[in-house]
Design a protein around this ligand. Structure first.
Ligand code: SF4
Length: 280
């Protein structure tokens, strides 16, 4: 008598192997297509003129699913200005960690008023936040690097990943000149981990370019920048820097310099590159 269970298990296994092979083939084809699209965009952005024209080009090539996550830093305020100037259909959101400076919240309000467009406020998932605080306490991020990363993960990385799921293109305010490790930052690359094209329209801008753009266009910026805060994140984890200090010295100042990552710009499309000065 045939062993039907044995037969069915083999059959199931064969189906699963086929599914895995099909999924792997699909993933591989999707990655190749994403990389090809990113290469085209990277080349074209290098020839585009103004920042608003770069934003317009991005949206013309990818009319659906372009998102911009702003930390309200100087770079991101410049990008927001260009999005508004180009009238491009871009979904703009910011991550509300629940620990922002009042000045950061005021910058959000000032930007909404200036540009007359919505900046969606994205909050951490309630349950994950409750579990984090009940396990680590309200200041758990000070106790260990693991505790700090867990806090950033719940308050920033998970909400960001949730918002990026389904997006086709993610605009950032990264610049090559922000750190030595970011010197080869492309205008566009495929982020295989998140399955989208990551675009950096300010990639070739210097700090002087950024400052003159902000001044010429009277772009609202966080008043803390004028008080010694070049890089602004959560209030509990950011201090002003002293003259001569690195621009990131005020972020998680109790940690060593090489651990100052929160995971928003994860290794992958731009592996090894650090967060922008204004990244929350
Ligand atoms: S910057 Fe500090 S408070 Fe903000 S999410 Fe990270 S560890 Fe938590």
């Amino acid at each position: 008598m045939p062993n039907w269970r044995h037969f069915t298990n083999e059959d199931d296994m064969s189906i699963q192997v086929n599914l895995r092979q099909n999924n792997a083939a699909y993933d591989s084809a999707a990655t190749a297509a994403g990389e090809a699209s990113a290469r085209i965009l990277d080349a074209q952005l290098g020839n585009a003129g103004t920042l608003a024209e770069r934003i317009g080009l991005i949206v013309s090539l990818h009319p659906d699913g372009v998102v911009f996550s702003t930390s309200l830093g100087m770079e991101d305020q410049a990008v927001l200005h260009a999005i508004a100037a180009s009238s491009a259909a871009v979904d703009v959101f910011t991550l509300d960690t629940g620990r922002h400076f009042p000045e950061t919240l005021e910058t959000i309000a000032a930007s909404v008023e200036r540009y007359g467009r919505d900046i969606r406020i994205v909050s951490p998932e309630r349950r994950a936040l409750d579990e984090l605080i009940s396990r680590d306490g309200v200041l758990g991020f000070r106790q260990s690097l693991a505790g700090r990363k867990a806090c950033c993960d719940v308050r920033k990385v998970q909400p960001l990943d949730r918002e990026l799921a389904g997006a086709e293109v993610w605009i950032t305010g990264l610049r090559r000149a922000q750190s030595g490790g970011r010197g080869d930052l492309p205008f566009a690359s495929f982020d295989a981990q998140r399955g989208l094209i990551k675009v950096n329209p300010l990639a070739d801008w210097s700090l002087a370019d950024l400052e003159s753009y902000i001044e010429a266009n009277r772009i609202p910026i966080n008043p803390l920048h004028a008080r010694g805060f070049p890089s602004i994140g959560c209030q509990t984890c950011t201090r002003a820097i002293k003259p001569g200090e690195d621009i990131r010295a005020g972020r998680w100042w109790w940690e060593s310099a090489d651990s100052k990552e929160c995971g928003l710009h994860s290794p992958g499309a731009d592996a090894g590159k650090r967060m922008p000065g204004g990244e929350a």
